[in-house]
Design a protein around this ligand. Structure first.
Ligand code: ATP
Ligand code: MG
Ligand code: MG
Ligand code: MG
Length: 467
């Protein structure tokens, strides 16, 4: 049964409020914890509580938390379920209720409130978590064949030491008719992970020993856009009411009919739809574009929006117009977004016009390169040239290739890859000097930031050691 994104959010929060949870507002994308770059999950604002550094005001809380995950940036538009910006719905127990209750409520919410048919759900538990397996089978009544024991991904830890514990996930099954014999939860044509329950029950010491926590905690996360995908019967997160209006605005500006667009165009529109939400909320949370840390992520996201706009044929400035749609979509749940409207549009406008100028200079350079190649009677643009265009002028390889093809030329892709690899190494060096890292599992986030395309001309220069 169709439910809007706003309805899903309200139903989740109300369900847990009725069960003694305090509804708390989303925390900022900029975590209080200075060692964390961006809020990547609903638990981030509660980290001090889980670490025993702060006494909670409430034993139970529920939130819809704005999150940004840069490690999913390459998945955006390509998988059906990954965003950079998304909302994570969560219910939390701070030393209060535990595994059995969390599972029972998770199931009740999914099946009774959201109305997902029980026979279209599959659950996973941590390989060794017989307790969770038993609860799902005996208390909830999930057939054994639809309870999968997983090792990877199903043990959560805050860091190399500290609170940790097994997870249990709920997946929606789009194709139950394929039967229970070959259930592969990684098969995203069939399954989507919607809800993850973390049972924080151990403390891990420096030697890796696990001792049971006196106060066990519950930390959960449900992707709002994923639940919307399921309940709205659309083929991916991007076509939900939470994102699609942005895509439509971009498509209109480009003069494209989304439903008739080819795959590549759709990916670009999805990237725009996703990234615009991210940048709108980042700027609303007072992040400014820059060359380091969060500001660097913001800049990269804006440039990707601009570049994907060019790829679908938008010539001029357009980001403030799509941002307006994103602001309108989120203002009821996040009033700070409309309050920061002017700042958001000014920042976008400045970044976009600067970047467009750089792109134009790149186009001039490419025209010269093409002329040189042709005057030599050659047919290929070198990897170095393509890389300079990419690195200094923000030209993705595919754009250079397209323009080259229009001139009956090819691009040395292998040569480009070699240069790219060198760049990745340089970027790693550069980022070692920036304090982005966080401990343990969150370390990945900082690492993932460099291993990506489109670093552009403002990429920080590696600080060389004094010779
Ligand atoms: P996946 O395996 O699909 O990448 P995950 O296991 O990394 O998801 P968790 O860290 O368990 O995700 O986050 C809790 C929930 O938040 C997920 O079950 C999912 O519903 C949602 N979620 C996680 N990452 C994203 C994302 N990039 N975009 C949208 N929703 C997400
Ligand atoms: Mg993931
Ligand atoms: Mg997962
Ligand atoms: Mg998960």
């Amino acid at each position: 049964q169709y439910k809007s994104g706003n309805e899903i959010r309200a139903l989740f929060l109300d369900f847990y409020a009725q069960r003694g949870h305090q509804i708390l507002p989303s925390a900022s994308l900029v975590p209080e914890d200075p060692t964390v770059l961006l809020t990547i999950a609903g638990m981030v604002p509660f980290k001090p509580i889980f670490l025993g550094q702060r006494t909670p005001e409430f034993k139970r809380a529920t939130t819809s938390q704005k999150c940004i995950r840069t490690n999913d940036i390459e998945n955006v538009g390509r998988t059906k379920r990954h965003h950079t910006f998304f909302e994570m719905l969560g219910n939390f127990s701070f030393g209060d209720y535990f595994k059995e209750q969390a599972i029972a409520w998770g199931w009740e919410l999914s099946t009774k409130v959201f109305g997902l048919p029980p026979e279209q759900l599959v659950v996973s538990v941590f390989e060794e978590d017989d307790e969770a397996f038993g609860i799902w089978r005996d208390k909830i009544g999930v057939p054994e064949a639809r309870i999968k024991r997983l090792r990877e991904d199903n043990f959560w830890a805050m860091g190399s030491t500290g609170p940790c514990g097994p997870c249990s996930e709920i997946y929606y099954d789009f194709h139950p008719e394929r039967g229970d014999d070959n259930i592969d939860l990684e098969d995203d044509t069939r399954f989507i992970e919607v809800y993850n329950l973390v049972f924080m029950q151990y403390n891990r010491d420096a030697e890796g020993n696990l001792t049971p926590l006196a106060n066990k905690n519950i930390d959960t996360g449900m992707g709002l856009e994923r639940m919307a995908q399921v309940l709205q019967g659309v083929p991916n997160n991007y076509e939900t009411d939470l994102v699609f209006p942005i895509i439509k605005t971009a498509a209109e500006i480009a003069g494209i009919d989304y439903t008739k667009a080819d795959e590549k165009t759709k990916v670009s529109l999805k990237v725009i739809g996703d990234h615009i939400r991210a940048v709108v909320h980042m700027i609303a949370d007072e992040i400014r574009a820059s060359n380091v840390g969060r500001g660097y992520i913001l800049r990269r996201l804006i440039r990707r929006v601009v570049r994907h706009g060019r790829l679908i044929g938008i010539g001029g400035e357009f980001t403030t117009q799509v941002a307006e749609t994103a602001i309108a979509l989120s203002e009821s749940a996040y009033p700070n977004v409309r309050q920061r409207e002017n700042a958001i549009k000014a920042e976008l406008q400045r970044e976009e016009s600067r970047f467009l100028k750089t792109l134009e200079r790149g186009e001039e350079l490419l025209a010269e390169i093409i002329q040189q190649v042709q005057s030599k009677g050659a047919t290929q643009i070198s990897g170095e040239s393509a890389f300079t265009l990419y690195d200094t002028y923000g030209f993705p390889l595919e754009l250079t290739q397209e323009i080259a093809a229009e001139n009956n030329l090819t691009v040395d892709e292998a040569g480009f890859d070699v240069e790219m690899q060198k760049q990745v190494e340089r970027a790693k060096e550069a980022h070692k000097t920036i304090d982005l890292t966080v401990q343990g599992s969150l370390d990945k986030l900082a690492e993932d930031i460099q291993a990506t395309e489109f670093i552009g001309y403002t990429q920080p220069v590696a600080t060389s050691k004094v010779e």
